[in-house]
Design a protein around this ligand. Structure first.
Ligand SMILES: *[C@@H]1O[C@H](CO)[C@@H](O)[C@H](O)[C@H]1NC(C)=O
Length: 180
């Protein structure tokens, strides 16, 4: 067997391996991948919808998707924060509920910090260190759980917040599993 032959035997598998390793970085995320990512969440269908809220999702690479999904989490938190502010400031809101909404505003302020930390870590490629999205999810739970359930008009937006946190956490988990 000549040198050339042996070289080819070595190079071809290397080349194929390189494609397999590199492609999740360089090729756009597929619907199929979104489904795999979202199958790890409580609601696959809503999770896929949430991640598709950014029109760039399906043309993004997996690493870009991480940043996009964290921004989607921030956007949802911003919407919810404004909602809780409005409810708190509404003159029909009872003092008890006002307290609950104030507590939510504090918890969401903490969430914004968590989300920013997660974004920084994603930018630095430190996917394994991203625990803040799960923590943000807990904060969203704590907010909703502190509102007397009979009078809660925020169950739906809290649910969306929780699933959005879960979706972005799941994107990062998928990245750490794909590139251990
Ligand atoms: C995420 O949001 C920040 C702040 O609004 C923005 O500067 C950044 O470009 C966004 N990133 C992506 C990937 O859209």
């Amino acid at each position: 067997m000549g040198h050339h032959h042996r070289l080819r035997l070595i190079l071809v598998p290397c080349f194929l391996a390189a494609i397999l390793i590199i492609s999740p970085f360089s090729i756009g995320v597929k619907e199929e991948t979104l489904k795999i990512i979202c199958s790890q969440t409580k609601n696959e269908e809503i999770c896929v919808k949430i991640l598709n809220k950014d029109s760039r999702t399906l043309s993004a690479t997996l690493l870009e998707l991480s940043l996009l999904s964290i921004n989607l989490t921030r956007n949802q938190a911003t919407r919810n924060f404004k909602n809780f502010q409005k409810l708190r400031d509404n003159s029909n809101t009872t003092p008890t509920l006002k307290n609950s909404y104030d507590r939510c505003l504090n918890l969401y302020t903490l969430m914004f910090q968590k989300i920013s930390e997660a974004y920084d870590l994603s930018q630095k490629g430190k996917y394994k260190e991203i625990t803040q999205l799960g923590e943000a999810q807990d904060l969203a739970y704590r907010c909703e759980n502190g509102i007397p359930s009979k009078s809660s008009s925020t169950a739906a937006i809290s649910q969306t917040m929780i699933i959005t946190c879960e979706a972005s956490a799941s994107v990062n988990l998928y990245i750490t599993h794909t590139f251990p």
